[in-house]
Write a protein that binds this ligand. Structure first.
Ligand code: F0G
Length: 353
């Protein structure tokens, strides 16, 4: 049967009822791609859950479809969120589909270009602040409390309910949970959602539990440092967050699963960003690559053992952030005249070198 989206596929496992609108952009059912080259090089069995294949290009669609459907069901006037870009793109798309108003508050100048373009196209009302995500989140919490707009950040429990379905899919795709689940950590909602999903599936189907290994960017590593970061900074703008809302849930997920919340540097993130594209043909946005960078780091420290079956979550599509991609250009395109023989001539010259 044709895939009909998350609510349809997982209705028994989601808090829906006959009044919940059947909202969908056919999100979910994303590929689990084996990384054959890196698996060989690193002596592990490595897969990526490619969440960039969702309709708005990130994992946010899993939570947003449910959060927006529930906002509609509950008669909200619209939805509101703070965002580093992906949440707002997803909220804008689903509220357009559900005919709800969408207000987004974003840190000025710190949103990847593709994400901003999406919010513009889907018709969200965009508010920029001279501040960071954490301040934007405080603003929208206040606004939601005193208005008829439903807050759709991951503090909305429906978000985590929707996002847990990615863990279900991984268990189905592999036949059981992997040994290790590696995931980027920003506001810490997704790691909490995956852990919930793995636990529920294990209870229902005996699919076992993975070690949850979360990775913050070093300049925004509040959980690792056990302190709020007032001015978080990282190239991975999606996870530029200094006071994660689901902090406690993330710590429990790591602790209860025998995993860890760790950090990776911007240099590590960029290295993995290129490695993934060049060695595997998989393009994910920088924040997503914190998961791969973390695996590399923990293989070196010995915290991850050779032979382990690992799934790294690639949370967002590489096309979201064309600026970072172009900044990593090492060789400029070669300019040629538009003439049949020119390319061959160039190749022969190169060979002769
Ligand atoms: N990866 C990407 C691409 C993200 O956009 C985010 C969060 C994360 C990882 C971290 O997930 O917050 O659940 O720990 N982006 C949010 C946003 C904050 O506004 O788009 P988390």
């Amino acid at each position: 049967m044709m895939w009909q989206g998350l609510i349809q596929a997982f209705k028994e496992d989601l808090p829906i009822n006959q009044n919940t609108p059947e909202l969908s952009l056919m999100e979910g059912n994303t590929p689990l791609i084996p990384l054959e080259n890196l698996s060989n090089q690193w002596d592990v069995e490595l897969y990526v859950k490619y969440e960039g294949a969702n309709p708005t290009g990130s994992f946010k669609d899993r939570g947003m479809v449910l959060a927006v459907a529930k906002a509609k069901e509950e008669g909200s006037r619209g939805v509101i969120c703070a965002s580093t870009g992906n949440t707002s793109a997803s909220a804008a798309a689903y509220s357009a589909r559900a005919d709800l108003d969408c207000l987004i508050v974003i840190p000025k100048g710190k949103i990847a270009l593709g994400k901003l373009a999406q919010s513009v196209m889907y018709g969200a009302k965009i508010f920029e602040i001279d501040g960071n995500f954490d301040q934007a989140l405080t603003m929208v919490r206040h606004t939601a409390k005193h208005s008829e707009y439903a807050l759709v950040n991951s503090v909305n429990p429906y978000r985590l309910e929707g996002q847990k379905t990615a863990a279900f899919e991984i268990c189905s795709q592999l036949g059981a949970a992997p040994d290790i689940l590696a995931i980027p950590v920003g506001n810490a909602g997704n790691i909490s959602a995956y852990w919930k999903g793995f636990k529920e599936y294990h209870q229902k189907l005996g699919t076992a539990l993975p070690e949850m290994r979360g990775f913050e960017a070093e300049g925004a590593a509040a959980i690792v440092k056990n302190q709020v970061i007032e001015n978080p900074e990282t190239i991975a703008t999606a996870i530029r967050i200094g006071n994660p809302a689901s902090w406690k849930l993330a710590v429990s997920a790591a602790h209860d699963s025998g995993g860890k919340v760790d950090s990776v540097t911007d240099a590590d993130i960029l290295e993995s960003y290129r490695l993934l594209a060049r060695q595997e043909g998989v393009f994910a946005e920088p924040a997503s690559c914190a998961s791969l960078a973390g695996i590399k780091k923990q293989l070196q420290t010995g915290e991850i053992k050779k032979g382990a079956k690992i799934v790294a979550v690639l949370t967002g599509n590489g096309l979201k952030d064309p600026t970072t991609a172009m900044d990593s250009l090492t060789a400029k395109p070669v300019e040629l005249q538009a003439d049949d023989g020119q390319l061959l001539k160039h190749l022969e010259k190169e060979l002769a070198k």
